[in-house]
Write a protein that binds this ligand. Structure first.
Ligand code: ZN
Length: 510
């Protein structure tokens, strides 16, 4: 029988720590449901003791996820574990995930604890968590830079105290693939109770080796991989789910293990994350990038026409990436719209269906064809993007080579309507000046890009902006058939994210 590898997704915890990837509760819940559809085994939903917002998100995800286990991250302290359990208690399959650093440098400078103290704290924390649930994971933070013999002692202690999964994080992205392989083998040989737990790895991508290290560990016998969608995460990110899962699938012959991820949901899930956090997927990104399946070189195209397998190791369909096609038009009815949404995996209520359908009609008035990508953008704009503090109500912009660019706009700020008009160097500048005027802030604009969601001159423009204020940065995204309106939406989205960020607290990382 082929062995099983468990997939733990930490997009909502480690992933959310990446710059500009802050998500609100609704967005996290939507992603969690999609991760459940994707078929990951464990969804790490957050770090309940880090903030009230995180606690609430974990609690709601724990209640709403149907199949996957839901994990909450906790430091090795009683308060954290109790708080974590409080958030998880209504989950069908809860997991408490405790972390504690085991490298000399972390113990000395961060924890100010001796090795003996770390061993004691490990035992105490895991026992406390085991009192709540049998499903306890322990992570030895900075494991790859820890003394190997000490690591053996810690892992053994964690398992003796009740841990059923033991995770070996490469917290700083330092390890090399052959070293990871040796480390996993070493632990399997030296830890005498290792068969009582699942050995897991969590790799960071600082040297671009996160996926390679994860796969090396699997080859050596690790049976849980910790990954994030699109590889987002602290610094250079985590091992990307789509890369690890597809390597295991396409090269099943090399690894000989199975997992229960539905690969046809890989692309829709990654695309959803990209829409939610407003960060486009780079064209050259492995598996999910825009160019991942395009063949430009003539000799390649010729080969592809003769036999697809000449240059294709996996099909776009296998990751759920259908060719862009028109799904709805001006004359499509509400039923067709509903059916499409259902096919895309959205579970909306009647009122939300009407809301999306109205938006489809408005868009179809401006452009003839509405594509899958358009529909997903609309769902996000209409349903999942809960505008917090600021909302755009009306915008009119004037520009051209004979006019002074002027923008008139009306916004809702904390429930109150405000309007103003401003000039600028160009139409986008005048709109941003008007928004600054209304919200009473003027952040630095670090980055501004426009791209089209689909082909054609009537395509919806997708604008991404990055702003900075008092050393805080935020990314915002907006789409519309009119790129000036899309720019305004993106800028307001970034301002909302910046406002949310101010409420966040600083937390530790694994
Ligand atoms: Zn991490």
């Amino acid at each position: 029988m082929t062995e099983r590898v468990f997939v733990l997704d930490t997009t909502l915890r480690d992933g959310e720590q990446s710059p500009g990837a802050t998500m609100n509760k609704q967005e996290k819940k939507r992603l969690a449901r999609q991760l459940d559809t994707l078929g990951v085994d464990v969804i790490e939903a957050g770090f309940p003791a880090s903030s009230q917002g995180d606690f609430d998100s974990v609690q709601e995800i724990a209640q709403s996820v149907e199949n996957a286990q839901v994990a909450a991250l906790c430091r090795a302290s009683e308060q954290d574990i109790d708080r974590g359990w409080e958030a998880l208690s209504q989950s069908r399959r809860p997991r408490i995930h405790i972390f504690l650093a085991t490298s000399d440098i972390h113990m000395q400078y961060k924890l100010e604890m001796s090795r003996e103290q770390v061993l004691e704290a490990t035992a105490r924390a895991v026992k406390r968590a085991s009192g709540y649930t049998e499903n306890v994971q322990f992570s030895a933070e900075d494991a790859t830079r820890s003394d190997r013999d000490f690591l053996v002692q810690v892992v053994q202690t964690a398992i003796d105290s009740g841990a059923t999964t033991v995770n070996i994080p490469d917290t700083v992205g330092y390890v090399q693939p052959h070293e990871m392989y040796e480390l996993v083998l070493f632990l399997k040989e030296q830890v005498n109770n290792i068969h009582q737990a699942v050995l897991s790895v969590h790799c960071h991508n600082d040297l671009g080796l996160a996926a390679a290290n994860t796969l090396s560990a699997v080859q050596a016998g690790a049976r849980q991989v910790e990954v994030t969608l699109n590889g987002i995460g602290e610094r250079a990110g985590n091992a990307a789910l789509e890369e690890v899962v597809m390597a295991l699938r396409v090269r099943e012959d090399a690894y000989g293990v199975q997992n229960r991820v539905q690969t046809e949901q890989v692309y829709p899930t990654c695309r959803l994350l990209s829409l939610v956090i407003g960060q486009p997927i780079p064209a050259y990104k492995a598996v999910i990038g825009g160019n991942a399946f395009s063949h430009e070189a003539g000799v390649h195209q010729h080969g592809m026409l003769m036999n697809k397998q000449t240059y294709e190791i996996m099909t776009p369909e296998s990751i759920g990436r259908p060719p862009s096609e028109m799904v709805l038009g001006k004359h499509s009815g509400k039923h067709a719209c509903k059916r499409q949404l259902k096919q895309l995996g959205y579970r909306l209520n009647e009122e939300q269906h009407t809301q999306v359908f109205e938006a489809v009609k408005r868009l179809a008035d401006k452009k003839k064809q509405v594509y899958v990508e358009d529909l997903e953008s609309l769902v996000l704009e209409e349903i999942f993007r809960i505008p917090d503090r600021y909302r755009l109500l009306y915008l009119s912009s004037l520009s051209g080579d004979m006019a002074i660019p002027t923008a008139t706009l009306k916004m809702e700020v904390g429930g109150k309507e405000c309007q103003t008009a401003e000039f600028g160097a160009g139409p986008v500048d005048s709109v941003f000046n008007a928004i600054d005027n209304i919200v009473g802030q003027s952040p630095n604009l670090l980055h501004f890009t426009v791209s089209s969601i689909t082909g054609g001159t009537d395509a919806q423009g997708e604008v991404t902006v990055k702003i900075e204020q008092q050393e805080q940065t935020a990314i915002g995204r907006g789409s519309d058939a009119d790129i000036i309106v899309a720019s305004a939406k993106a800028y307001i989205n970034a301002l909302n994210r910046l406002a949310r960020k101010e409420e966040k607290t600083v937390w530790d990382t694994v």
